[in-house]
Design a protein around this ligand. Structure first.
Ligand SMILES: Cc1ncc(COP(=O)(O)O)c(C=O)c1O
Length: 376
């Protein structure tokens, strides 16, 4: 069997996805979703005059492999200096992560990965043959990464640093000073910096938003998607933005073996979404802010059961359960109360954390149900 095929076959289970597969479509309240509240197609189309008619005329042939020019132009509005030819559109961010790792790395390369984190950011690198060193986020530092802990991780065969900020699952947002230092470090050591920015634009204080990595040099690759901040996961439209032609071309060549090109209706709808993204962001941040207040009150009523670090961005937090084993707690809550929480073990966390989702409209009802259960 060829090396790459063998490795793909040998990928371990994606723990988070397997957990969701058991409960996502059968549980009444999802209190751990990473994406923001979605909407029907009609609501999205209503944001733009004429969009509903235009959708009827979308041509259902193959689309341009790199993504339509009009969509790539809209995506460029997220960035300062990045051009449409620097954008490669994918089927979700998941495909982009997969193709990046196989395009950029070979057996025995070494990469440094933000940890804990979204499993594929480390797992696919490992499957591509890399040795992976975790760069650990510390709860005692509000889930921050420590630049002093990065330097000793560097090896002669280190190829890349992979980060995710705003972060799944902690809601950590890197400081501007650390972000600048990280880019400097990557450039000085000729490393790629893969920056998973799928929760960008969901910062609670817009002034704290970091520049997109792709605008800071050709060492960097930014990952984006319509799923999270914009709440449109069903479109399955993600992208990388990079001025690194070598990485771009290798990913484009690999894409011929996966999806070839993207769904035409999804590209059209993603273009409408990106043109109207300020409205989507405002709506979803309103939901998150209201939910944060509810959670703050909830945690202050249950200091014996939970502790938490309030997130600074995004649609998640990673509280700690203090009254026993978190896996059995989550298991009981889903089976007996119909409320889904995600145990930290799916992130290989061993400190009793669980993921809480903040981006859904029905959080107040889900929290009521949870509280009723806790009162029993
Ligand atoms: C940090 C991070 N990156 C990438 C993805 C993948 O996004 P999508 O499922 O839209 O492909 C997710 C999804 O949860 C994520 O949290």
């Amino acid at each position: 069997m060829p090396f790459v095929v063998k490795i793909i076959v040998n990928l371990p289970d994606f723990k988070l996805e397997r957990y969701f597969a058991k409960y996502e479509f059968t549980t009444e309240y999802l209190l751990c979703s990473s994406d923001c509240e979605s909407m029907p197609i009609a609501d999205l189309l209503a944001m733009e005059e004429g969009a509903a008619e235009k959708l009827q005329n979308v041509w259902l042939g193959y689309t341009e492999s790199q993504g339509s020019l009009t969509l790539r132009k809209e995506i460029c509005n997220l960035y300062e200096t990045t051009q449409p030819e620097d954008i490669l559109v994918h089927t979700g961010a998941g495909e982009a992560i997969f193709l990046f790792m196989f395009a950029a790395f070979k057996e025995y390369d070494h990469v440094i990965v933000h940890s804990p984190g979204y499993q594929s950011l480390a797992e696919v690198a490992r499957a591509a043959g890399c040795d992976v060193s975790p760069w650990r986020a510390r709860e005692e530092n509000n889930w921050a990464l420590d630049m002093d802990e990065l330097r000793p991780l560097l090896r002669s065969n280190t190829m890349a640093i992979i980060i995710n900020t705003p972060h799944n699952p902690t809601g950590y947002l890197m400081s501007r000073a650390d972000y600048d230092a990280l880019h400097q470090f990557a450039k000085e050591n000729e490393l790629l910096l893969f920056s998973d920015e799928v929760y960008r634009e969901s910062e609670y204080d817009p002034a704290a938003r970091l520049p997109a990595a792709c605008d800071l040099g050709d060492h960097a690759i930014s990952l984006g998607v319509t799923s999270k901040t914009y709440g449109l996961a069903g479109l399955r439209i993600g992208w990388v933005a990079t001025k690194n032609k070598k990485v771009y071309d290798s990913m484009a060549a690999l894409k011929d073996y996966t999806t070839i090109c993207n769904s035409a209706p999804s590209e059209f709808l993603a273009e409408v979404a990106m043109r109207n993204r300020q409205k989507l962001v405002a709506r979803n941040l309103d939901i998150i802010r209201r939910n944060l207040n509810i959670m703050e009150d909830f945690f202050s009523r249950h200091t014996d059961l939970f502790s938490w670090v309030r997130p600074r961005a995004g649609s998640m937090a990673f509280p700690r359960y203090l009254a026993g084993d978190v896996e059995s707690f989550c298991d009981k809550v889903v089976r007996e109360a119909g409320v889904l929480l995600l145990p930290g073990s799916v992130y290989d966390d061993t400190d009793n954390h669980f993921r809480l989702g903040l981006g859904r409209k029905n959080l107040p009802q889900a929290v009521n149900r949870l509280e009723e259960y806790l009162g029993k």
